[in-house]
Design a protein around this ligand. Structure first.
Ligand SMILES: Cc1cc2nc3c(=O)[nH]c(=O)nc-3n(C[C@H](O)[C@H](O)[C@H](O)COP(=O)(O)OP(=O)(O)OC[C@H]3O[C@@H](n4cnc5c(N)ncnc54)[C@H](O)[C@@H]3O)c2cc1C
Ligand SMILES: NC(=O)c1ccc[n+]([C@@H]2O[C@H](COP(=O)([O-])OP(=O)(O)OC[C@H]3O[C@@H](n4cnc5c(N)ncnc54)[C@H](OP(=O)(O)O)[C@@H]3O)[C@@H](O)[C@H]2O)c1
Length: 428
């Protein structure tokens, strides 16, 4: 059954690009956004709101504008390379306006439940329940894109800090931190060495009396008295006014049946961090549930492009070849994980002959023995002689003078030169 209607949950960076990609594929998106505006995490408010990601006032993105933009809408050239959050919001508003995305968003509408329809195995459809200003609505959709972010629910590991309940000062999670003003001349402890912990400690160091940053607390955390902190090495910091837990986030999909997506300690099992493996129909995709060393937005965009193509059943369902992979891509992927993938660029500099064989030759398994754990000293030789071994069994005709016919290798050499030249011409 062809997919037409798509429920997009959330109108942050991921949701916006999901709507756009649905439109590009001729699908009909309806985006449900629980707040009254787009932008998700990047829409700064002076007070953190329940169940919406929250940032502090000074946040500057740590991914550059050319690396974080959506692929068909460059960030204006006069915008700084590393933007303040207000500029990022400006960009998202421009993107939404340019592609007319807002007309597909229903604001102040919370998705409270998504369930497989009774005939899901054949239709792949979903029953979506939404709530707006006390009114509940139920609707059927052909597909769902969950774009609810994963920096919303604070990880507050109070259990690791015995005595914290007696602490007379203030303790809070970094999502509640907004500006340094309230911490002037205070003595503060920041827990966590992620980007939030680093940024907040630096910002507070300009106004606070003393900052102490806690890193590598595990496995043993300090204990807390009513006014101070006792570290595992025995040192004591007294008269602490505030402890800021910059200890990251947990994620969950409470609106979704556990049999569809289950999350335990921030671990879930999804194909490419997107599709629940076990569903009969792949009409549900999670977008933006990724922690890259780099920007999330272009990944959310490509995930959305892939999801909408999957929804449109570009990939025919059949029992045959359900575990099919592309040999080279899959081998490279496994080799990368096993740290045995050869670095071609370095090889071109160090051993150009071998590099030419690896690049232009067949992807024989020896190349995954050239480097890394399990490296084999015979791998280079095996690659350089692979054509010899291929040709050998074909040389069955014994010539009268006893020598083998040299014409086949010569022909192959000429072909190889021709292939190399053609490949160089095409790649340069
Ligand atoms: C302090 C901080 C700084 C960061 N800096 C960077 C950076 O420099 N570069 C980078 O790439 N990433 C950064 N990130 C990561 C950030 O999460 C992403 O940049 C981006 O905001 C993810 O967008 P999203 O749309 O997936 O999620 P969000 O921005 O969280 O948006 C989710 C949306 O879904 C809505 N929603 C949630 N549940 C429901 C529901 N049940 N029904 C309806 N609507 C719902 C929410 O209201 C929200 O609008 C940072 C994160 C933090 C915390
Ligand atoms: N644009 C920016 O400049 C900017 C600013 C802030 C945040 N961000 C982004 O926002 C996201 C969240 O960052 P974040 O810094 O808030 O969270 P984070 O990256 O998850 O870091 C959390 C930190 O808290 C520590 N921690 C967690 N539980 C702990 C415990 N029980 N005891 C001691 N330490 C504990 C973690 O240590 P372990 O490593 O041992 O778990 C880690 O150092 C990231 O994507 C980040 O890049 C970006």
């Amino acid at each position: 059954m062809p997919v037409k209607t798509v429920a997009v949950i959330g109108a942050g960076a991921s949701g916006l690009t999901a709507i756009k990609c649905c439109l590009d594929e001729g699908l009909e998106p309806t985006c449900f956004e629980k707040s009254d505006d787009i932008g998700g995490l990047w829409r700064y408010k002076d007070q953190s709101e329940d169940e919406r990601a929250s940032i502090y006032k000074s946040v500057i993105i740590n991914t550059s504008k050319e690396m974080m933009c959506f692929s068909d809408y460059p960030i204006p050239e006069h915008f700084p390379n590393y933007m303040h959050n207000s500029k990022i919001m400006e960009y998202f508003r421009m993107y939404a306006k340019n592609f007319n995305l807002l007309s597909h968003v229903r604001f102040k509408t919370t998705v409270s439940s998504i369930k497989r329809s009774p005939n899901f195995a054949t239709t792949g459809q979903w029953i979506i329940t939404t709530e707006k200003e006390g009114n509940q609505e139920i609707a059927l959709f052909d597909a769902v894109m969950i774009c609810t972010g994963h920096h919303t629910f604070p990880n507050l590991p109070l259990y690791s800090f015995p005595g914290i309940q007696k602490f007379k000062g203030k303790y809070m999670h970094s999502r509640e931190y907004k500006v340094p003003d309230n911490f002037k001349d205070k003595r503060i402890i920041v827990v966590g060495i992620g980007n939030s912990g680093g940024d907040i400690a630096v910002e507070l160091s300009r106004t606070a009396q003393q900052i102490r940053k806690l890193v590598q607390l595990r496995p043993k955390s300090p204990s807390v008295s009513d006014t101070g902190v006792i570290f595992e090495d025995g040192t004591v910091e007294e008269n602490i006014d505030a402890v800021i837990f910059a200890t990251g986030y947990s994620f969950s999909f409470q609106f979704c049946e556990e049999s569809v997506i289950s999350v335990k300690s921030n671990k879930t099992s999804l194909y490419k961090f997107m599709f629940p493996y076990h569903l009969e129909k792949h009409t549900l995709a999670i977008v933006g549930l990724i922690q890259p060393i780099g920007a999330i937005m272009p990944i959310s965009e490509l995930q959305s492009r892939l999801a909408t193509r999957v929804f449109k059943e570009m990939y025919v369902e059949s029992q045959r070849h359900t575990v099919q992979v592309d040999y080279v891509e899959y081998m490279d992927e496994l080799a990368t994980l096993a740290d045995v993938k050869p670095n071609l660029f370095r090889m071109f500099l160090k051993d150009p002959q071998l590099a030419l064989y690896v690049y232009f030759g067949p992807c024989t398994p020896y190349q995954y023995r050239l480097t890394g754990p399990g490296k084999w000293s015979g791998a280079r030789g095996a690659i350089l002689t692979q054509w010899k071994r291929i040709i050998k069994p074909t040389q069955t005709r014994i010539l009268e003078n006893g020598s083998v016919d040299k014409s086949i290798p010569l022909m192959l050499k000429i072909c190889a030169v021709f292939i190399v030249l053609t490949a160089l011409f095409l790649y340069c």
